[in-house]
Structure formats: structure tokens, C-alpha cells
Design a protein around this ligand. Structure first.
Ligand SMILES: Nc1nc2c(c(=O)[nH]1)N[C@H]1C(S)=C(S)[C@@H](COP(=O)(O)OP(=O)(O)OC[C@H]3O[C@@H](n4cnc5c(=O)[nH]c(N)nc54)[C@H](O)[C@@H]3O)O[C@H]1N2
Ligand SMILES: Nc1nc2c(c(=O)[nH]1)N[C@H]1C(S)=C(S)[C@@H](COP(=O)(O)OP(=O)(O)OC[C@H]3O[C@@H](n4cnc5c(=O)[nH]c(N)nc54)[C@H](O)[C@@H]3O)O[C@H]1N2
Ligand code: SF4
Ligand SMILES: [Mo]
Length: 838
């Protein structure tokens, strides 16, 4: 790389300009200094090699790379290409891709931290089996074993359960990351075995957004794209004139794509409104920051819809041509009395503000909505997202560049397809409810049936709610296989531990950008120890199963899992050949590009789709490649129109206690008296996830507010900062150094009432349990709300290097019974609590 390229992508430039800049603070003027102060330490710590404007690395005999490999970051959905510099086979530096206009050479502090996943003394290096100790205890003893032994132990356990008629008691659970396509191999293995309980990360993460998009528009994906649309040669999201963010802190969670939006905004002067109970570095960039009561966004959106509908602010021509159910929506809003005044009482946002927001959104076209975990992690997630799709639909903000419902992490078309299975597979039972934490329920209660063997990807002991119950369940579980990079909390419960490779150790397609885009990444270094990428593990497990299965001939397993798939190029070519509307996404094409390529993309001449539902030949071509039934359709619903209300939608949703036109309800631990949710013991078929059961519900019972007598505050959870990615970065040097202390954000007035000062050690208690942290007084948070960051855990040994504390999981505080019975999303973002000095 030239010195010019290097200068352009210097870390200082990026971190100052992008990740935590305070240059454009608008509405949050008051808090400017607070944010700037919080930001400045990071700026100085994030400059590794170079700190002057001159490039002294050029012609440095020691530091000039002898090879640069195009890999990619395995962390967030900004999907940065990382140009990895090697000297003598060792990684010496990591830079961004300057020739991708969205990335623009950028990356955040976590990009270079990928190297610390490779060079790390805590990495798991060989498979291990339990030889002593109690499950979950630090006295657990493990001994290294060969891959052959590990996989035959797993295969024989699975076969024994299957032969006893208990195939459904075997489950795979993903709460974390996996290379693309691995899920298809896991699904295939489970089909051969006959178990329905193979889940992916969706219900933990952001499935509700995709579910709502699919029900209203036809496809469950992020609707628009970053950068130029190659079909029209015009900017897509970069042309938005209004950006409405709900429950997304992109400055810390998707910094590089957020920086792209901010760069575009300099040209377009787009208004940015951020809705979040606390001020984040994202809100600090906004023209307006609005802080509703947690878990009340549904009311805010209903109030906005009311104002738009009753004041004729909607796009009448678009509604007439493309929308089904507008009149029903209008009647519903009116008869329910969802006025801005009503919404103001629920959300604590003034009615005048709700009206102005509704007007600004409706009148400024194109307007793009962005949402993420702040909406997904609510018990009314599906219904809230559906109402947000109505906002876009009635204002004609769907199927146009710069608009849409950009519900993050709903990027890719479900499962990548493999050829049909050879041979006859056993029939499967109905799956357990998709709620991420129903697993624990099933183990503890045995209802509707008990899980007995689980493989996980991710760290459920930190990531799932009601940690104490999860601990109890995994202690009780008959057989547990943990896969991961480190000896994380969950590993202590395992019978078998399998080491996996990190992103730089494989040639693959690991992550995807939110806008359905992917890029090819080359292998940088050889795998650490005996670690394997996940797709190798499942192919090898199938072959180990072939040797032991007495019911089926070995070919049943071997022919369905050819060894050639271990070569990711071969596996990818198989996906390209079998997955609808993916024929243009060949490895050769991906490798040649500096930018990622978007799905759907049916042929090698097709540019890939940026704006879904765009009235353009490239969209119609892609839509018909997805399914021949789509020929001539713009929206991919049964009617070919945007479906707000139809009698069919209504009757399907009513089966699980919901309605096509949502009424307001919320978590019973939200302060005040609100309509809420009751879960019945009746299990019904889930209309949104028809492969699974779900609990039926009743909506509308008014909460008593009793819990707030003892627990007067509300807690919300989320990402601690740009530095950490879930739990995995807590095993890196930079992660623990920069953000090794759990900082609990609390308003100065609330702190004063509890006798707490900035920097005090505090205890946060909820009806479920207690955790510790350090008070961070923050006037940018509601007085009735505290923010507790997730993924600090008791097993994170890197803490020793810095003398930082070991922490219990934040999920001790959260009640697992509250979830969205349609999407399965857990209500991670709400718990009643109190704080005191430790
Ligand atoms: N309270 C609260 N809880 C939450 C959330 C919240 O906001 N609040 N967010 C939820 C969300 S959105 C998510 S996505 C989850 C994430 O929660 P986690 O399950 O913690 O996700 P990760 O950190 O991605 O997974 C960590 C583990 O995955 C391993 N790992 C890393 N790469 C790979 C790989 O390629 N293969 C395999 N097999 N293992 C790998 C690491 O070693 C580590 O053991 O947490 C959820 N839990
Ligand atoms: N640095 C970093 N980046 C990440 C990740 C990471 O762990 N670290 N994880 C990745 C993954 S898997 C995910 S799912 C995304 C998550 O990305 P985000 O959704 O941006 O992250 P969160 O911090 O979980 O939640 C976003 C915001 O929701 C707010 N919030 C909480 N309750 C409510 C509410 O009731 N209403 C509203 N409107 N807002 C609320 C929180 O204050 C928080 O600022 O990030 C991805 N990127
Ligand atoms: S974490 Fe996200 S923004 Fe940061 S380098 Fe990785 S992909 Fe880019
Ligand atoms: Mo997530």
C-alpha cells in the first residue's frame, strides 16, 4: 500500500472524524462537554503504529509488509474489509479498504483487535472432555482429547438419544457468530437426525424486524442500501433527507456505515432524530434526541400514525395504488383514541413533540427509518416493527431510494440452500418455542418436552436472560457441547469443548452488511492449535456419525456431507447454485470487487438489489428469480401490495393472541399503569414461526405498578461501548484495558436520591437478583432509568492483567418469562430495579 493510502486511513483521522466525533452536536448541546470528555481518552489510546502526519513506516525494513491480504472484520455489520499486513507470516498491521466508497478506508478500534483473537494465550487449542468437577464450577476439570474421540463421543450420544425415540431432545443453539452457511450444514445434520430444535441467532438478536417486514412487504430484509445503487447509478440511503433512528446506537455498534450516513448528510442536510432513553454518541450527532420511557416506542409510533392519518399528511396516491388496509388502520387509531396526547401520557414525550416529529417525517421525502436492538428487545417487538412499517407505507417511503425500513441485522435470505438430501429422513416433531430462553425452561420443567443434549455457538451463560435459571438448566442438562474461542462462562458447564478458528484463520464469507451485502475474505494465517472452522466441525461430525449409526448405511451421512465442502470455495459454489436469486454472487465476482455485493443478485450481469421493491427492471428480475410466483409483482405479499390489514393477516395473528392492527401494551415493569401481557399455559402453533409452538397470550390487563414500590427505577441494557463486541472482546488486551469496568449510567438526580457519587461502587438489584458496577453519573439519561452494559462476566481472565473486577452477568436482573411470543425476542431492555452503594 502506498503511503498516500496509509495516510488517508490513519486511525487518528478515523476515530476523530467518525467514531466519537462531537463536531455536529445539535439538540444535545447541553451535554456536549460530557460526551467530548468521555470521548477523548479513546482518541489517544487508539493510535498504534503511527502518530505523525509523515509516513515513517514506508521503507522501514522492519515494518514494511511483505504481503497484504484482503480479509474482513468478524465483528459488526458494517462489514469492513481489513487489509492485513504480514511480515514473515506474522500480522503486523491492519488497515481499511480505501476503494470502497462506503467504507472509505475506515474501520473502528475493533478491526485491529481481530489480531488479538489470533495471538492470544487464552485461546482454546484442542478439543477437551470433562474428567471431573461439578458442572458450572471453577473446579471443573477438562483433559485434551483428539478430534476423533470428541466427535465420536458426540455422535454416539446423539444416536443413543435418537434410538431411544428422543431425537427432538437434541438441540443446537446459536446466540453468537458463525461463518455464513454453517447454519445450513447444522440444519442438514438435524434433518438427518430427526430433530426440529436447531435455532439460529435471529430470535436472540433482531428477528422481529425481519418478521414484520415480511408480513407487510413480503421480504424479511433491510429494505435499502448503502452507497451507489449499481442499477440506477444513484445514491440510495445517502440520499435520505430524514433519518429516524429508534433504539439504535450506530456510532458505537455500526460505526463505519454510520459514518457513511453522516458524510452523506453533510451534502443532503438530512435531519437526524434519535429516539433512545439515553444520550449516546449517536444521539450526540442528531438534530434532535428524544428520550421516551423505555419499552413505550409502540405508543410513540401509534401517536405519530394518528397524527399523520387524521391530518391528511399521508401519501394518498401511493396508499390508493399500493396499500391494503389503510381505512381499517385509520378506524383503529381513532376508535382506540391513540392521539398524540394519549401517547404523551404513556411515553413521557410531549404531544407537541410527537406531532412535530410526525409532520417532519411525513413531509420530508425520502425519509429512512433505522431500528435495532432497542426495539427488538421488547416484548412487543413484532407489533412495534409492524407499526413502523405502516409509517413508511402510508407516507410512500417504501420502494424508493433514501427511504425504507432499515431494520438492522435482517440482512440475509434465511438459509443458504444445499442440494436436496439424498435418502429418506425421519419425520420431525414440532419445535420448542423459538424464544431464546425457552431452552432453559424446557430443561427445568420438561414442558412441553425436555431437552437432553445441546450444542451452542455463543455464550448463553452471559447472553440469555435470567442467568440464575440458565445456570440451573445447564447444570441439569445431560450433555452439553460448547464451541468457541475461549474458556468462557458457558464452557464450564460443558461435557465436551470444541475449539473454533477466528476470522483471520479462514477463507470464507463470515459477516454480512446490514443491506444484504457480503464480501469474500481470504485466509490470513493458519488456524491456532487444532481449532477448526464451524463448517468443518459439522462435516466431520456427520462422518463420525456415519461410523456409528446402526440404522442407516454410512452413505446416508457421507453422501449428504461430501468432504469437498470443507473447501469453502466449493461449498460457496454449491450455495450459489442452489439458493434462489443468488446466481450472480460467485466467488470470482466477489473476490474481484473492492465493495461488497448485495443480495438478491440472480445472474453475474445483475448489479444486485439496493432498494427492495423499487419500480425498476432490476428489482422485477430479482423478484421473479426468488420465486416464479413473483412475476409482475412489486411487493412480494400474497396480494402484491403492502399489507397493513387483510382478513387473512388478522385471523392468522389472532391465533396467537395478536392482531393485524396492534393495540398498545408493554412490559409490566414499566413505571406507571399500562396495558400489559399475560402468558397462558396453552401452546399454539406460532403464526410467524410455523415450525414451532408458542405460548398463547392475552393482552390488555393493566399493570399494578406494585413492583416499583421496592424497585423504583427502570433498567435498560445494551452494548458498553465501541470497544467491545459481546463477550469475545473481553478476552482481548485492548478490550479489557479500555473498557474493563462496568459503568452503570445513572442520572445525577437519581444518584443523589440513592446517595451515590460518580465513581462509587454500586449494587443494582432487581426482583431476580443483584449485580455490581461503577456509577457513571450521566445527565443524558432519563431520571427514572439506568443503563447497565452487558457481557461483563465472571470467567473473563483477562481482567487479571488490569486488576479490573470480575462481574456477574447483567442478565441476572432480567425476567425470562417476558418475551415476544411471535418473533421469540426476549425483553432484554426492561427491568424494575433499585441501586445502592456497595
Ligand atoms: N441483557 C442483554 N442480553 C443480550 C443482549 C442485550 O442487548 N442485552 N443482546 C443479545 C444479542 S442481540 C446477541 S446477538 C447476543 C450475543 O451474545 P453471545 O452469545 O455472547 O455472542 P458472541 O459474543 O458473539 O459469542 C461469544 C462466544 O462465541 C465464540 N465465537 C466467536 N466466534 C465464533 C465462531 O465463529 N464460531 C463459534 N462456534 N463460536 C464463536 C466466542 O469464543 C464466545 O465464546 O446477546 C443477546 N443478549
Ligand atoms: N461495539 C459493538 N457493536 C456491535 C455489537 C457489540 O456487541 N458491540 N453487537 C452487534 C449486534 S449482534 C447487535 S444486535 C447490534 C445492536 O446494536 P444496537 O441496537 O445499536 O445496540 P444496543 O446497545 O443493544 O441498543 C441500542 C440502544 O437502544 C437503547 N434502548 C434501550 N431500551 C430502549 C427502548 O425501550 N426504546 C428505545 N428507543 N431505545 C432503547 C439503548 O439505550 C441503546 O443505546 O450491534 C452490533 N454491533
Ligand atoms: S467492528 Fe464493525 S466498524 Fe469496526 S472494524 Fe469491524 S466491521 Fe468495521
Ligand atoms: Mo445481536
Amino acid at each position: 500500500m502506498t503511503s498516500k493510502g496509509r495516510k488517508k486511513t490513519s486511525r487518528r483521522g478515523f476515530i476523530q472524524g467518525v467514531a466519537i466525533s462531537t463536531a455536529a452536536v445539535g439538540a444535545a448541546e447541553l451535554l456536549k462537554k460530557e460526551v467530548a470528555d468521555a470521548a477523548s481518552p479513546g482518541q489517544d489510546q487508539a493510535i498504534p503504529l503511527q502518530s505523525t502526519e509523515f509516513d515513517f513506516i514506508q521503507k522501514s525494513a522492519a515494518l514494511e509488509p511483505d504481503k497484504i491480504i484482503d480479509s474482513a472484520c468478524q465483528f459488526c455489520n458494517s462489514l469492513c474489509r481489513l487489509k492485513v499486513h504480514l511480515k514473515d507470516g506474522r500480522i503486523i498491521d491492519v488497515l481499511g479498504e480505501p476503494n470502497d466508497p462506503v467504507q472509505a478506508g475506515g474501520f473502528c478500534i475493533k478491526g485491529p483487535m481481530m489480531t488479538q483473537l489470533v495471538y492470544n494465550r487464552f485461546r482454546l487449542k484442542s478439543p477437551m472432555k470433562r474428567v471431573g468437577g461439578n458442572k458450572g464450577d471453577s473446579n471443573s476439570k477438562f483433559e485434551p482429547i483428539s478430534w476423533d474421540e470428541a466427535l465420536s463421543i458426540i455422535a454416539s450420544k446423539f444416536l443413543a438419544l435418537r434410538d431411544a425415540g428422543l431425537a427432538r431432545a437434541i438441540a443446537n443453539k446459536t446466540s453468537g457468530r458463525l461463518p455464513r452457511g454453517t447454519g445450513s450444514l447444522v440444519g442438514r445434520y438435524f434433518s438427518l437426525l430427526g430433530s426440529p430444535n436447531n435455532t439460529d441467532v435471529g430470535p436472540v438478536c433482531n428477528d422481529a424486524g425481519g418478521n414484520a417486514l415480511a408480513w407487510t412487504f413480503g421480504l424479511g430484509n433491510f429494505t435499502n442500501g448503502y452507497g451507489i445503487d449499481d442499477a440506477t447509478k444513484k445514491e440510495d440511503l445517502g440520499s435520505a433527507k430524514f433519518l429516524l433512528f429508534l433504539g439504535t446506537n450506530q456510532a458505537e455498534t455500526h460505526p463505519v456505515t454510520f459514518a457513511y450516513l453522516l458524510r452523506s448528510r453533510v451534502q443532503t442536510k438530512a435531519k437526524l432524530v434519535v429516539i433512545d432513553p439515553r444520550l449516546t454518541p449517536t444521539g450526540a450527532q442528531a438534530d434532535e434526541w428524544i428520550a421516551p420511557k423505555p419499552h413505550t416506542d409502540l405508543a410513540l409510533v401509534l401517536g405519530m400514525l394518528y397524527h399523520i392519518v387524521t391530518n391528511n399528511l399521508y401519501d394518498a396516491a401511493f396508499v390508493k395504488k399500493w396499500v391494503l388496509g389503510f381505512d381499517e388502520l385509520k378506524n383503529h387509531l381513532k376508535s382506540s383514541g391513540y392521539t398524540p396526547e394519549w401517547a404523551a401520557k404513556v411515553t413521557d414525550v410531549p404531544a407537541s413533540k410527537i406531532r412535530l416529529l410526525a409532520e417532519a417525517y411525513a413531509k420530508t421525502k425520502p425519509a429512512a427509518i433505522f431500528c435495532n436492538a432497542g426495539i427488538s428487545h421488547q416484548l412487543g417487538a413484532f407489533d412495534t416493527y409492524r407499526c413502523l412499517t405502516f409509517l413508511a407505507a402510508i407516507t410512500g417511503n417504501i420502494g424508493i431510494p433514501g427511504g425504507g425500513c432499515n431494520f438492522m441485522h435482517n440482512t440475509w435470505p434465511g438459509e443458504l440452500k444445499l442440494p436436496a438430501i439424498i435418502g429418506k429422513t425421519p419425520s420431525k416433531d414440532i419445535a420448542l418455542p423459538v424464544g431464546p430462553d425457552y431452552f432453559a425452561e424446557s430443561i427445568i420443567s420438561g414442558e412441553p418436552y425436555q431437552l437432553k443434549a445441546i450444542v451452542t455457538q455463543g455464550n448463553p451463560l452471559l447472553a440469555c436472560s435470567d442467568t440464575i435459571k440458565v445456570q440451573q438448566a445447564y447444570r441439569q442438562l445431560e450433555f452439553y457441547v460448547y464451541t468457541g474461542l475461549f474458556m468462557e462462562e458457558s464452557a464450564y458447564y460443558a461435557d465436551i469443548i470444541l475449539p473454533v478458528t477466528s476470522g483471520f484463520e479462514m477463507e470464507t464469507v463470515y459477516m454480512r452488511r446490514d443491506d444484504r451485502a457480503i464480501r469474500w475474505q481470504e485466509q490470513v494465517v493458519t488456524p491456532v492449535g487444532e481449532s477448526k472452522p464451524d463448517w468443518h466441525i459439522w462435516i466431520d461430525l456427520a462422518h463420525a456419525t456415519a461410523k456409528l449409526d446402526k440404522r442407516n448405511p454410512p452413505e446416508y451421512w457421507r453422501d449428504n456431507f461430501p468432504d469437498s465442502w470443507k473447501d469453502y470455495r466449493h461449498l460457496w459454489a454449491t450455495f450459489v447454485a442452489n439458493t434462489p436469486a443468488m446466481g450472480g454472487m460467485t466467488q470470482q465476482r466477489l473476490s474481484q470487487r473492492t465493495e461488497p455485493l448485495r443480495w438478491p443478485c440472480p445472474t453475474v450481469d445483475h448489479p444486485g438489489v439496493s432498494t427492495l421493491y423499487l419500480d425498476h427492471a432490476s428489482w422485477y428480475e430479482a423478484a421473479s428469480a426468488l420465486n416464479p410466483d413473483n412475476i409482475g409483482k412489486r411487493f412480494l405479499t400474497p396480494s402484491g401490495k403492502v399489507e397493513i390489514y387483510t382478513p387473512q393477516l388478522q385471523s392468522r395473528l389472532a391465533e396467537a393472541g395478536h392482531s393485524a392492527l396492534p393495540s398498545f401494551y408493554t412490559h409490566p415493569e414499566v413505571i406507571g399503569k399500562h396495558p400489559t401481557i399475560e402468558y397462558t399455559s396453552e401452546l399454539v402453533k406460532n403464526p410467524v414461526n410455523p415450525q414451532a409452538l408458542t405460548q398463547n397470550i392475552k393482552l390488555g390487563k393493566i399493570s399494578s405498578g406494585k413492583v416499583h414500590k421496592q424497585y423504583p427505577l427502570m433498567g435498560i441494557t445494551g452494548r458498553s461501548s465501541v470497544v467491545h463486541f459481546h463477550s469475545v472482546t473481553h478476552w482481548t488486551y485492548t478490550g479489557k484495558q479500555m473498557n474493563g469496568v462496568r459503568l452503570v449510567q445513572i442520572h445525577p438526580e437519581a444518584a443523589k436520591k440513592a446517595g451515590i457519587k460518580n465513581g462509587d461502587e454500586i449494587i443494582v438489584e432487581s426482583p431476580r437478583g443483584a449485580i455490581t458496577g461503577t456509577a457513571l453519573l450521566w445527565s443524558g439519561i432519563r431520571e427514572d432509568t439506568i443503563f447497565v452494559p452487558g457481557w461483563f462476566g465472571p470467567g473473563q481472565k483477562m481482567a487479571e492483567e488490569f486488576g479490573t473486577p470480575y462481574y456477574e452477568s447483567v442478565n441476572i436482573l432480567i425476567d425470562k418469562q417476558y418475551y415476544d411470543n411471535l418473533s421469540g425476542q426476549q425483553a432484554f431492555k426492561c427491568f424494575a430495579c433499585r441501586v445502592k452503594k456497595a
